[in-house]
Design a protein around this ligand. Structure first.
Ligand SMILES: C[S@@+](CC[C@H](N)C(=O)[O-])C[C@H]1O[C@@H](n2cnc3c(N)ncnc32)[C@H](O)[C@@H]1O
Length: 278
């Protein structure tokens, strides 16, 4: 791709049309994203450790009765695993990022497994007490794929087992999709370890509540251009309830936050839980 391709770009790309996602599974990009996960000055990829501790304490109190079998989808580098392992739970994390899974395995946490894979085609195992699908991981895949993933979650849970989902809210997706175009230059960033220019634009598809973000990364050495696009679907709690009910879950509940108290992220996410019937 070159600069002329930017001029000739599609001015209204459909959701998912330009590639399904940022290549989180790319070794370089996943290495750069790992720095974001671990940074305590940014909550772009993972929340800060103090907040994650509060989430784990609330999740234990709200959903677990004694040592439990937890599956975490889009687990990142194991920040939640550290807390659940300390508390004596069996934890499995699945993530598509090679750098995050490598980091998590190196932690060598008691009773924790980490699997490198896409949630859409990775075996979730069986006998789970709780499945976590949090920090917007569900809204990075098309709606049909999300439904299929909910079916796999249902099947891996024990009767009485629970799922906790935290999806980007429609209001938040709308804001992402209606951001003004912008650009920046950087010595390095998520998309490149070298100096580059990034041109960003966003699109909002009202019909599907989908925000598409497009990034053109320009290499100043030769003017070559790399395009990355990502779509985020916004969900209302009712959308999630409908999907969960269709799969067979019962007792859907809305949760305001993952801490049991008010927090900055409250309006950004729709948080719901449901139960696999006994
Ligand atoms: C916003 S991060 C949240 C990480 C972690 N849950 C946390 O809160 O610290 C989303 C994670 O989902 C992972 N991810 C995105 N798409 C995925 C997919 N299709 N299958 C597995 N993991 C995926 C990314 O690599 C990333 O680690």
């Amino acid at each position: 791709m070159d600069l002329l391709d930017i001029i000739k770009r599609d001015l209204e790309p459909r959701p998912w049309a330009e590639g399904e996602r940022i290549p989180w599974d790319d070794p370089v990009i996943s290495g750069q994203v790992l720095k974001e996960h671990l940074s305590q000055s940014s909550s772009a990829a993972s929340r800060q450790r103090s907040e994650i501790k509060k989430h784990c304490a609330w999740i234990e109190a709200e959903f677990l009765k004694g040592p439990s079998n937890i599956l975490d989808l889009g687990s990142g580098p194991g920040l939640y695993a550290e807390e659940f392992s300390k508390a004596g739970h069996h934890y499995t994390g699945i993530d598509i990022s090679p750098a995050a899974i490598h980091y998590a395995k190196e932690l060598d946490l008691a009773d924790c497994d980490f699997i490198l894979g896409d949630v859409r085609d990775t075996d979730f195992g069986t006998g789970r007490d709780l499945v976590l699908y949090i920090f917007g991981a569900i809204d990075l895949i098309p709606h049909e794929h999300a439904k299929k993933t909910l079916r796999s979650i249902f099947n891996c849970l024990k009767p009485g087992g629970k799922v906790l989902i935290e999806a980007t809210s429609i209001e938040s997706a709308d804001q992402i999709g209606n951001q003004p175009s912008m650009w920046y230059s950087a010595d390095e960033g998520i998309f490149s370890t070298l100096p580059h220019i990034c041109l960003m634009e966003s699109f909002w598809d009202e019909a599907t509540n989908a925000a598409t973000e497009r990034y053109y990364i320009i290499d100043p050495q030769d003017g070559s251009v790399q395009r990355y696009s990502a779509t985020t679907i916004g969900y209302d709690p009712q959308d999630l309830f409908d999907m969960l009910t269709e799969v067979g879950f019962v007792h859907p509940r809305i949760h305001e936050t993952l801490t049991g108290e008010g927090e900055d992220f409250a309006m950004e996410f729709s948080i719901v839980s449901a139960v696999r019937p006994e």
